[in-house]
Design a protein around this ligand. Structure first.
Ligand code: ATP
Ligand code: MG
Length: 573
């Protein structure tokens, strides 16, 4: 993996720049004490019921990152215990996304469904030892009997069924002799436990539904809490990392493994990632896709990994982001501006700089010869001289950005205006002499003159101009489409709104056709990233862009609001 200068390591084996956090401290202590004989085995356990999002990226970077750091391994395990919403498209997308992020699970690819036989055996063992029973209460009654936070639950009248009866009924459940909801297998723990999870939780339920892998072999399916701890145990996981909402489930995780007296990994919880102006719950993301609010899972506005990939984010920038947000035990909201900052940091160093005019305004340079074209030299990336230079053609008719001209400029507008002189990047000073309009009064063209003495962008007499514009020569321009994006939601935390969809940003996508791009971009390879000077970073869309008719997605603007937030905070403190 290329992590740039982070490859250098400090004495503790941790790449420079990586912060310690409580999970690293636990693991380092476990290695030092010889717990698990110094092994580190983690896993990433997605449920294949949707595409991965940036929250999953945090978990992926953490689990695979720790395995790499401590020379252990990380398993990819599909938690496919619920046949209702799972399918193969999701399995494939998850693998593609994890690989794209730069991680690898070797041959450690597992499916909870591969363990169904063994899980069934474990369930029988719990029944035999008197730790589980088949309950014939209806789902509604089970809910009612469970009690509340302030009131203990009530024991089911079936709780003291004999072991033989439960074994017989469980076998009948497996044989398909009951309807969904007619009975379930429950752990026999404690109906008055202050932890509701421990009030005889369900271990198996009936689902009359084909599974994407086991097809019709089973009509009973294990619950997450039962399958998860035992999968961890069977795979020899050492540190089972999950998000905070599973804190109460840890007691059950430990109970099941202890009752079965099997190898026992430790569950450690950390805070999930919440990102501003977006939603990160699969249910909501599915709604966005299925409701047609976005153009699929990989719509560049989606907070999915495939969406960020299509937008043009780099895997390195997402890994950098996950490292910077760190791992804590308290939930918080991370500003999208930080993620964008990481993307800029990466692209600033690596992306070639070019010129493209998104909303073209024609400019005729009247004192420039009619049929001449000359070649100017542009720098590909001032941050990295090794990226070299390129030729940019210049001629009598050029395009500039409509927004770079104002006929009646306010005080702080320093760009082009009637009578005013500005610099064209890498080219000449030009001065605006006339404004041409159509019948309805709209500006269609500017007339300018240029100063041949200013070739390359400096005046020999030392006179200054207040601004430098990007431009493209009309004779050589390549036409392209550019898509600009804004936040998907207009509020910082749409997830906490009941009607989140009411806060969907109606202007999150703007499509500009007829953009004028410098000739370099004619054959921009799909998947290539550029900085368009003054406008931001752009990505040649890997689905829609083709040679001769480029389509660019704006990855991010150049305005770094995160750096600005940091600066003001420093000033205040
Ligand atoms: P969602 O809540 O979006 O439906 P999930 O937790 O059900 O997601 P899983 O497929 O079960 O999705 O998640 C796989 C792993 O990713 C789990 O270990 C889960 O804890 C972790 N994960 C999911 N969302 C986040 C998040 N926002 N931040 C950090 N880790 C996450
Ligand atoms: Mg889940």
């Amino acid at each position: 993996m290329n992590t740039g200068n982070r490859e250098k390591t400090e004495g503790n084996g941790r790449p420079e720049g990586e912060k310690s956090h409580f999970i690293r401290q636990i693991i380092e202590a476990d290695i030092a004490s010889g717990k698990y004989s110094g092994r580190v085995v983690t896993r990433f356990p997605p449920e294949p019921n949707g595409y991965l999002h940036i929250g999953h990226a945090k978990s992926i970077c953490l689990n695979f990152g720790l395995a790499r750091q401590y020379r252990g391994r990380c398993h990819l395990r599909f938690d496919d215990t619920n046949p209702m919403k799972e399918n193969v498209e999701y399995v494939d997308s998850i693998k593609e996304d994890v690989r794209w992020l730069g991680f690898d699970w070797d041959d450690h690819e597992y499916f909870a469904s591969d363990y169904f036989d063994r899980l069934y055996e474990y369930a029988l063992e719990l029944i035999r030892s008197g730790n589980a029973y088949v309950d014939s209460l209806s789902p509604d009654q089970i809910r009612e009997y469970r009690g509340t936070l302030s009131e203990p639950g009530k024991e089911s009248p079936y709780r003291n069924r004999s072991v033989e009866e439960s074994l017989e009924l469980f076998e009948k459940m497996r044989q398909g002799e009951f309807a969904e909801g007619e009975c379930v297998l429950r752990a026999k723990i404690d109906m008055s436990s202050p932890n509701i999870v421990m009030r005889d939780p369900t271990l198996y339920r009936i689902r009359r539904m084909s599974h994407h892998r086991t097809v019709d072999k089973w009509c009973i399916y294990p619950m997450y809490d039962f399958a998860h701890c035992l999968s961890d145990s069977m795979e020899g996981i050492t540190h089972s990392l999950c998000t905070l909402e599973f804190e109460n489930n840890r007691e059950l995780y430990d109970w099941i493994l202890a009752k079965l007296d099997v190898y026992h990994p430790q569950q450690i919880e950390f805070a999930r990632l919440n990102l501003s102006n977006t939603v990160l719950s699969k249910r909501r993301l599915i709604h966005l896709v299925e409701g047609g609010y976005v153009d699929g899972w990989d719509d560049p506005r989606m907070p999915t990994i495939s969406g960020f990939r299509r937008r043009g984010y780099t895997p390195a920038s997402i890994r950098d982001f996950c490292e910077r947000i760190g791992v804590a035990r308290r939930d918080s909201m991370v500003d999208l501006a930080l993620l964008e900052h990481c993307v800029r940091e990466d692209l600033n160093k690596n992306a070639m700089r070019v010129m493209g005019v998104l909303r073209p305004l024609k400019v005729v340079i009247e004192n420039y010869p009619e049929d001449e074209t000359e070649t100017l030299t542009a720098i590909n990336n001032p941050e990295d001289q090794s990226m070299g230079t390129r030729d940019v053609p210049f001629s009598r008719v050029i395009y500039i950005e409509r927004g770079d001209f104002m006929e009646d400029p306010p005080k702080k507008f320093f760009r082009l205006a009637p009578g005013r002189e500005v610099r064209l990047r890498y080219a000449y000073f030009i001065r605006c002499t006339d404004v041409i309009r159509d019948e309805s009064g709209g500006i269609v063209e500017l007339r300018c003159t240029y100063d041949p003495e200013t070739r390359g962008g400096d005046a020999p007499d030392g006179r200054k101009v207040k601004s430098t514009l990007h431009w493209v020569a009309a004779s050589h321009a390549v036409q392209g489409t550019v898509r600009l994006y804004d936040h998907l939601f207009t509020v910082e935390n749409p997830a906490e709104k009941k009607d989140a969809m009411a806060f969907l940003n109606q202007e999150s996508l703007e499509v500009l056709t007829g953009c004028m791009l410098e000739p370099e971009l004619e054959h921009a390879a799909a998947g290539q990233r550029y900085q368009f000077e003054r406008l931001g970073y752009f990505y040649a869309d890997h689905k829609d862009s083709a040679p001769g008719r480029p389509v660019f997605n704006r990855i991010v603007t150049l305005r770094d609001t995160w750096a600005k937030i940091q600066k003001t905070q420093k000033k205040i403190s």
